[in-house]
Design a protein around this ligand. Structure first.
Ligand SMILES: Nc1nc2c([nH]c(=O)n2[C@H]2C[C@H](O)[C@@H](COP(=O)(O)OP(=O)(O)OP(=O)(O)O)O2)c(=O)[nH]1
Length: 168
C-alpha cells in the first residue's frame, strides 16, 4: 500500500512559449519546472494550484481559468509514498513573473525547453502538453535520476479519467 500525497503543477503558456521556474530550494532543486506544491488540508486542489503559482512567481490566475490537463503519479523504489500530481495549464493570467525565494521564472520557446535540467520524465510527456492532449502518466523511479518503468496514457478528457477512476 502506498501513502498518497497530493500536489499541484501549473504551466503558464503563450502561443509558442512556456513559463518555467528554476527551483531554488528543496525537492527538485536546480531543476526547471512548472509551479506548484502540496495541497494544504481544507484547500481545494485548484485553489492550491493558484496559490502556489502566486507564491512562487507572483502571477495571478482565476482558479476557473486553470484547465486540468494531466494526472501524474510518481513512486520511488523502496519508498511508500505515491506522489499524486494534478497538472494544470492556462494562457490567461495577470501580472509579470517575478523571482521569489523559491523559484526563478523564465519564458522558454516551446522548442527550447531545457530538458537536460528538468525531471527525467518531463521530456516523455511534454509533447502531450504542447499538443493539448489530456493524459495520465505513472513513473517509477530508483533514486531521482533513473526511471525503472513508466506508462503514459492519452485520455479522452480528464473528466472521463476521474469518473472512470472513481468506479474502480
Ligand atoms: N515536472 C515535474 N514535476 C514534478 C515531478 N515530480 C514532482 O514532484 N513534481 C512537482 C510536483 C510539485 O509541483 C513539485 C513538488 O512540490 P514541492 O516539494 O515543491 O511542494 P511545496 O512547494 O509545497 O514544498 P515546500 O518546499 O513548501 O515544502 O514538483 C516530475 O517528475 N516532473
Amino acid at each position: 500500500m502506498h501513502v498518497k500525497k497530493l500536489f499541484t503543477l501549473v504551466f503558464i503558456q503563450k502561443e509558442n512559449e512556456i513559463l518555467l521556474g528554476l527551483k531554488k530550494r528543496g525537492f527538485g532543486m536546480n531543476k526547471w519546472n512548472g509551479f506548484g506544491g502540496k495541497v494544504e488540508p481544507n484547500e481545494t486542489i485548484i485553489d492550491a494550484a493558484a496559490r502556489e503559482l502566486k507564491e512562487e512567481c507572483c502571477l495571478i490566475v482565476k482558479p476557473g481559468d486553470l484547465k486540468n490537463i494531466a494526472h501524474l503519479e510518481f513512486t520511488f523504489e523502496g519508498q511508500p509514498t505515491l506522489m499524486d500530481v494534478r497538472v494544470f495549464s492556462t494562457k490567461i493570467f495577470e501580472g509579470t513573473p517575478k523571482e521569489t525565494e523559491e523559484m526563478k521564472p523564465k519564458w522558454f520557446d516551446n522548442d527550447g525547453v531545457p530538458f537536460d535540467d528538468m525531471w527525467l520524465d518531463d521530456k516523455l510527456w511534454f509533447p502531450y502538453l504542447f499538443q493539448g492532449k489530456p493524459f495520465f502518466g505513472h513513473f517509477h523511479y530508483e533514486g531521482f535520476d533513473k526511471i525503472l518503468n513508466y506508462k503514459i496514457e492519452e485520455q479522452v478528457s480528464m473528466e472521463a479519467f476521474y469518473a472512470n477512476r472513481k468506479l474502480k
